[in-house]
Design a binder for this molecule. Structure first.
Ligand code: SF4
Length: 299
């Protein structure tokens, strides 16, 4: 098929708009949408310092690439944080991809490991309980990212979550009946404690498949190997369900996120307190007496 704009060969058909895109016009659509999102949602202000969380996969490297482009037009500082959880036969591939691409882009980075921060790798933490790998990994990684971003005096922490990730989280929190997580919005961290660095997700309105196409189209050297613990995660099953729904009802993924965003302010008011306390062990913010990180380390 031909591009709807210039009649060159198309590389992508966007079902929701009925448009065909060649490589050049796909790039221009993607970059414009990204820049518009940053501007309209006021995600980055002039002269801020942004920490970008980079894993070495397509999402975080696309985000770093686009933020670098934005930096050329708009003055702000940026540094990357790479977390090495210590996952054998997986992490070193993504780590290398992250370092290579960040060096090509000229973005300074810091590598933080579970071993240095907590004394053990993720593999050791979950040796006898692999089903808990993702929840342990998520809690400890978020802790490191927040702490490092704060140490670097960053005003925001940017992550590469895409539309598919966001939808999956909405459904997963509902399935678990986790009303607090379900009611957290983008402003949650800013609202709840000044010890949290505000988080931004500039790719949350982009489909995962469009990010893959963008990354390939721009020859980003990302790594696509899958974490060995992913098979234990509920996220995979929920992702397949959403893919099937999108197949039979195109725009399902957009509608779900947009509906969720509409009810979020009300959920926020009902279930999220104005402020929270600090952990009695480490002094980091928490809703309970002891934070999740310390509970994991105690166990
Ligand atoms: Fe961590 Fe789970 Fe992601 Fe693996 S799949 S990196 S264990 S959250």
């Amino acid at each position: 098929m031909k591009c709807s704009r210039c009649k060159k060969d198309a590389i992508y058909f966007q079902r929701q708009s009925g448009q065909y895109y060649c490589g050049e016009h796909f790039n221009s659509y993607f970059v414009k949408k990204f820049m518009r999102g940053i501007r309209e949602d006021k995600l980055i202000k002039k002269d801020e310092k942004i920490a970008v969380a980079v894993s070495g996969g397509k999402d975080s490297l696309t985000l770093a690439f686009l933020l670098k482009k934005l930096q050329a037009r708009y003055p702000f500082e940026m540094e990357a944080i790479i977390v090495d959880e210590g996952i054998s036969r997986y992490r070193h591939h993504t780590l290398n991809a992250a370092k290579n691409q960040l060096e090509k882009l000229g973005i300074d980075y810091h590598i933080e490991t579970f071993k240095d921060n907590f004394g053990k790798t993720l593999d050791s933490f979950v040796e006898n309980n692999k089903e808990n790998a993702c929840s342990t990994c998520g809690v400890l990684r978020r802790y490191i990212l927040n702490k490092k971003a704060r140490e670097l005096s960053c005003t925001k922490l940017a992550t590469g979550h895409n539309l598919d990730d966001e939808d999956q989280s909405v459904i997963m929190n509902l399935i678990r009946g986790d009303v607090i997580r379900f009611s957290r919005g983008q402003n949650y961290y800013k609202k709840i404690s000044d010890k949290f660095v505000e988080r931004i997700k500039p790719l949350r309105y982009f489909l995962e498949k469009e990010i893959v196409i963008f990354a390939l189209n721009n020859k980003l050297t990302f790594d696509s190997s899958e974490c060995p613990y992913a098979l234990y995660a509920m996220r995979g099953e929920v992702g397949k369900f959403l893919d099937r729904m999108e197949e039979v009802r195109p725009t399902t993924k957009y509608s779900l996120l947009s509906g969720y965003d509409k009810i979020l302010p009300a959920l926020n008011q009902c279930f999220i307190p104005e402020s929270i306390g600090v952990c009695e062990i480490c002094g980091e913010p928490t809703m309970d007496g002891t934070c999740m990180r310390c509970k994991i380390l105690e166990k």
